[in-house]
Design a binder for this molecule. Structure first.
Ligand code: ATP
Ligand code: MG
Length: 793
């Protein structure tokens, strides 16, 4: 069935139909760039008989890749399976899995994430006697990461390093690459570097990919870094059928090495390039678009763009001036409930913030109001210690040379292998030129070690070896590790709330394993050889089957899950995320919290013009995510980063013409004393906003806790342990008057209804804490009676 070009406007259709030669689509937010890219793929496959596996589509996040694949599935059906629709990093992993040997690595390499990497840095710094107080590890990591993104190898880096930090970084960089190689591991940046080297230094590999990917498309091209630019350049060199889409106004990753010049100079890189501009915005109502246009117009360094919409004006931009961050969060929760009562789905609502540190308070307030939310970023499920332990075990099964993983878990759970033994193994391995695991295997024979220690090390080595035999059977090997290593039983013995939370997380992990197994079957098709219908005469073996055993695939899948991927479609919930992660997405209703100077724009950027321009682009991204309603909130004073600060309203709010704004809260008096005085009695109104939606009264007390947070964790998000208590204890609200607590008393046996967990029964009352067993899950949860969204029934 031909692709329906009629649903596109003129320039969009032109871009879709321009299939040969280089093509640049440079256009503002919401103008349909991603849609054009998707339609163009469909057009190639459906109307021009291009084989799906000849197409390479690169997106910025895994989430965007999944969405694009879904949209393609909708237009062209299962034929999209052989296509590579992925992020740069995923693409590089696939390339390296196929040819790692060419670079002296084995196919079973590990990918180090930030945490692994930090451990390695610390080890190297200790080894080289570098003082982390003088040279903070984050600064060094940043420096080296930047070099990698610019494809600067250690030798050149050393030559260029003139300042003290640079010189120290140069020493570390050299050692880091040795250590990574010895561990058969890549860090995130290495994936790009080595994929580039593979293509650059192995002409046969490059040619195979050039022949394969006749059509290359890159979304969000304005945020590519030099390494990504170079890889794309190599792949497109031969046929030059490359389409890039982007918006210079949305370049927001320069701190991670993204180079806006990549898009601005595309026309120079490909002189016969065709350029299409899109000017109609289909996403947002008039007022939102006008606000976005007004803000971005303040940037000096940009290509001027026009963007219009034929949509109605919609509501004005809601600006709320809160007294503090709690008031802000509470008000947002109330507005969310109002929108929800008016028929908007939670899924269509998002709350953005500039820094991750803001999320905790927002979460707290949503939790109290019983607003379901999912958080993108922050401390993720996969970052929790117990999950990292299981992952380290699994990694070790696949790649026994991964010393970092081995050292992480050799004594987890505690089995009497102390620091001295570990150092002994390490030293022995170093002397013998072995991996840590090989060293451990031999140390077992060392008569100087205690028999019990030898036994413990022996059992550990044995467990890993045995698990290796089953590495093709994912679930079995995970169960085996969890059982045999005694991870759960050790936690059970601890018998604390925290340990129970950890057990739940490990159990949740089994759910992740199952989720992978289910989606993996589908994924497989993507890697399999093309079906007959897709085959093109003359091309032998055009698709490599890259998937190895399923444990290795699983680990890779977990490692590549970026923040955005924790955003499941299951269950309706409000999305909380940083502005950075919101790129490319859209929601009916968007809140951006913390619109104050030093927060947004961020204090790190306020002193330099380029920094401010990037912050403004970020504001432009935030505003343009909204389809119908946009809220911007700020607080007169805020506790953040461990201190209280009071800052003026963000310049980005002032840059929105006053007639487009509607202000409430402290009012047009701004953050002046009178406005604040008047606010006192309104607090109750903010509280009752939540009441209106949920029909319940949620209390506030001076000793605050965060009931239900642990439960939230189970829902697959993030964070802190179930028992954590949050710091509103010191909060004094001078105007709030008496406690709004429901004052309802509960006793054992009472039936209750919880907004999220449903029906349950009180099984124990412990002061303010209720122990409630919920019918649906059979689990007992501890909830604070004045906070939890519960009613007695
Ligand atoms: P961003 O810069 O934020 O990534 P974008 O330019 O990629 O935005 P899209 O996400 O492709 O924009 O499109 C924005 C919205 O407009 C989507 O909901 C899309 O379906 C819709 N849209 C785009 N073009 C049209 C069209 N011709 N007719 C109807 N809707 C359209
Ligand atoms: Mg887009």
């Amino acid at each position: 069935m031909p692709v329906d070009i009629a649903t596109l406007n003129g320039p969009q259709a032109e871009a879709v139909q321009c299939t040969e030669g280089p093509l640049l689509v440079l256009a503002g937010a919401g103008s349909g760039k991603t849609r054009v890219l998707t339609y163009r793929i469909a057009h190639l496959v459906e109307d021009l008989d291009v084989a799906p596996w000849e197409i390479l589509a690169i997106t910025f996040t895994n989430k965007a890749a999944a969405e694009m694949r879904e949209r393609l599935q909708g237009i062209i059906g299962p034929r999209c399976r052989g296509m590579w629709v992925s992020t740069f990093h995923s693409m590089c992993v696939r390339m390296l899995r196929a040819d790692a040997e060419r670079l002296g690595f084995s196919k079973s390499f590990t990918i180090y994430d930030a945490d692994d990497q930090k451990r390695l840095y610390k080890e190297i710094m200790a080894e080289l006697d570098i003082d982390p107080k003088r040279f903070p590890v984050n600064a060094l990591m940043g420096r080296i990461s930047q070099a990698k993104n610019e494809l600067i190898v250690p030798g050149d880096f050393e030559k260029q390093a003139i300042d003290p930090v640079g010189k120290v970084a140069a020493r570390i960089y050299t050692r880091l690459q040795e250590r990574l190689r010895a561990a058969n591991a890549f860090d995130f940046d290495d994936l790009l570097v080595y994929a580039y080297l593979l293509l650059k230094n192995h002409p046969d590999v490059l040619e195979a990919y050039q022949e394969r990917f006749r059509y290359i498309m890159v979304d969000e091209y304005q945020d590519t870094n030099h390494a990504q630019y170079a890889i794309t350049g190599l792949l497109a060199q031969k046929y030059k059928n490359i389409m890039v889409v982007g918006d210079d106004d949305q370049s927001i990753y320069s701190w991670r090495g993204a180079d806006i010049r990549n898009i601005l100079e595309f026309e120079q890189d490909y002189p016969n390039c065709h350029t299409v501009k899109l000017e109609q915005n289909y996403r947002s109502v008039g007022n939102v678009l006008a606000a976005a246009n007004a803000v971005i117009a303040n940037n000096q360094h940009r290509k001027a763009k026009k963007l219009f919409t034929s949509a109605e004006d919609g509501e004005k931009i809601h600006v709320y001036m809160a007294t503090d961050e709690r008031d802000e969060g509470r008000w947002i929760a109330g507005e969310i409930e109002k929108r929800r009562s008016a028929g908007m789905s939670y899924n269509q609502i998002a709350v953005f913030y500039r820094t991750n540190a803001q999320s905790r308070m927002l979460e707290d307030m949503l939790l109290r109001a019983g607003v379901p939310y999912r958080i993108v970023g922050g401390t993720k499920f996969f970052d929790r210690a117990e999950i990292r332990d299981v992952m380290a075990y699994l990694t070790l099964v696949v790649n026994p040379s991964d010393d970092i993983a081995a050292k992480r878990v050799i004594n987890v759970p505690r089995r009497g292998i102390g620091k001295t033994t570990i150092e002994r193994i390490e030293q022995f391995a170093r002397e013998m030129g072995m991996t840590f695991m090989q060293g451990a295997e031999l140390v077992v024979l060392d008569p100087e070690l205690r028999a019990s220690t030898r036994r413990a090390v022996g059992e550990f080595v044995e467990l890993i070896k045995e698990a290796q035999e089953y590495s093709g059977e994912l679930r079995r090997v995970v169960e085996m590790i969890v059982d045999r290593a005694g991870l759960i039983s050790a936690l059970t013995n601890e018998n604390t709330d925290e340990a129970r939370g950890r057990i739940e997380n490990i159990q949740e992990f089994m759910g992740v394993v199952d989720e992978f197994s289910q989606t993996h079957e589908e994924d497989d098709a993507e890697f399999a050889a093309p079906t007959e219908g897709d085959a093109v005469a003359g091309d032998a073996e055009p698709v490599r089957v890259l998937r190895g055993d399923s444990l290795a695939d699983f680990i890779e899948w977990v490692r590549l899950r970026t923040d955005l991927d924790t955003m499941g479609e299951d269950g309706k919930a409000v999305t909380l995320m940083t502005v950075h992660s919101s790129k490319g997405l859209e929601f009916d209703c968007v809140f951006t919290a913390g619109m104050e100077e030093t927060l947004f724009p961020h204090m790190n950027s306020v002193n330099d013009a380029a920094g401010i321009e990037e912050e403004r682009r970020l504001a432009y991204v935030a505003i343009t995510r909204a389809r119908k309603v946009l809220y911007l909130t700020c607080a007169q004073q805020r506790q953040i980063f461990g201190q209280t600060s009071a800052n003026p309203v963000s310049r980005f709010i002032h840059e929105i013409p006053a007639e487009l704004r509607q202000t409430s809260g402290l009012g047009s008096a701004g953050f002046s004393g009178t406005g604040w005085e008047k606010r006192g009695s309104r607090r109750g109104i903010a509280g009752s906003g939540t009441e209106a939606g949920g029909g319940r009264v949620f209390g506030r007390s001076s000793a605050s806790g965060s009931a239900g947070r642990g439960d939230r964790d189970r829902a697959g998000r993030s964070g802190h342990t179930g028992s954590s208590v949050h710091g509103s204890g010191g909060y004094v609200n001078p105007k709030a008057g008496k406690k709004e607590a429901a004052g309802v008393t509960f006793s054992v046996g009472d039936a209750v209804d919880h907004k999220t967990f449903g029906r349950g029964k009180v099984v124990k009352v412990d002061g303010d804490t209720l122990h409630i067993r919920f019918a649906k899950t059979g689990q007992t949860k501890k909830l604070l009676k004045d906070y939890a969204p519960i009613v007695k029934i």
